[in-house]
Design a protein around this ligand. Structure first.
Ligand code: CTP
Ligand code: CA
Length: 222
């Protein structure tokens, strides 16, 4: 009976999820990346599917498989992720941005492998990437849009500022300086930050947490 209830909580919803960490090419063999494993985003996709939603997972640079019954779109860079998400945003009813998206990308990625023989390489010019969560939130209509924030300090203050700045409905704030919430971990301890308040959730496995976050997301529907 519990399973049956769970399976219907997102019936009729079309959930779009970003996951993983983007890679921004420096040259054909090198990139700027981050420590995201993709586990939280993939767990959300699996949970949303189990709760009856139609799910699309836009996932960057992870070895993880696409969960059964989920439409997977593999991307690499922030620009590719933005493209994939904006093409599918109209059709979704809920967007969850769990990806760690690069904030800056090399301005002029080289088309050939850079070599020390070409001369000293002491810096790389960067350009700012688009903020996918903020851009989609601007045109969200009555969709539910949820972001994540990985922080090492000032967790709640920073998460509140992001909620405000990006215009999403909630931020799942993650203190990555805590042992149970480090990158690649199977557990996560997060704080749910919405306009309705701040709630610290107990530390749990990422899969169980995914179900809890989706229950909260659907409760935000206006
Ligand atoms: N995000 C995004 N596109 C970006 C950067 C971030 O969609 N170019 C999303 C992430 O997926 C996450 C949320 O925004 O859901 C917060 O990401 P975070 O890196 O914590 O926020 P930033 O605004 O980039 O702030 P910071 O300077 O702290 O990195
Ligand atoms: Ca960032």
């Amino acid at each position: 009976l519990v399973a049956l209830k769970t399976s219907q909580a997102l019936a009729g919803e079309r959930v779009l999820i970003t996951a993983g960490g983007t890679r921004e090419a420096i040259d054909p063999v090198r990139y700027i990346g981050n420590r995201s494993s993709g586990k939280m985003g993939h767990a959300l996709a699996r949970a949303a599917r189990a709760m009856g939603a139609e799910v699309t997972l836009v996932t960057a640079s992870t070895q993880l498989s696409i969960p059964f019954g989920v439409e997977g779109v593999r991307v690499e860079s922030a620009a590719q992720m933005l493209d994939a998400v904006s093409q599918r945003f109209d059709a979704c009813t809920m967007l969850i941005c769990a990806a760690a998206v690069a904030d800056y990308a090399p301005a002029h990625p080289a088309s050939h492998k850079l070599s020390k023989a070409d001369g000293e390489l002491t810096h790389i010019d960067l350009v700012k990437t688009a903020d996918i969560l903020a851009e989609m939130s601007r045109v969200k209509g009555n969709r539910v849009v949820i972001g994540f924030a990985a922080e090492t300090n000032d967790l709640v203050r920073r998460a509140r500022a992001k909620l405000e700045r990006k215009g999403c409905d909630a931020i799942v704030a993650n203190d990555v300086s805590r042992a149970e919430s480090t990158f690649g971990s199977d557990t996560n301890a997060v704080t749910w930050v919405s306009s309705q308040g701040v709630e610290e959730l107990p530390c749990t496995g990422k899969q169980a947490l995914a179900f809890e976050l989706l229950r909260r997301a659907v409760a935000l529907k206006s």
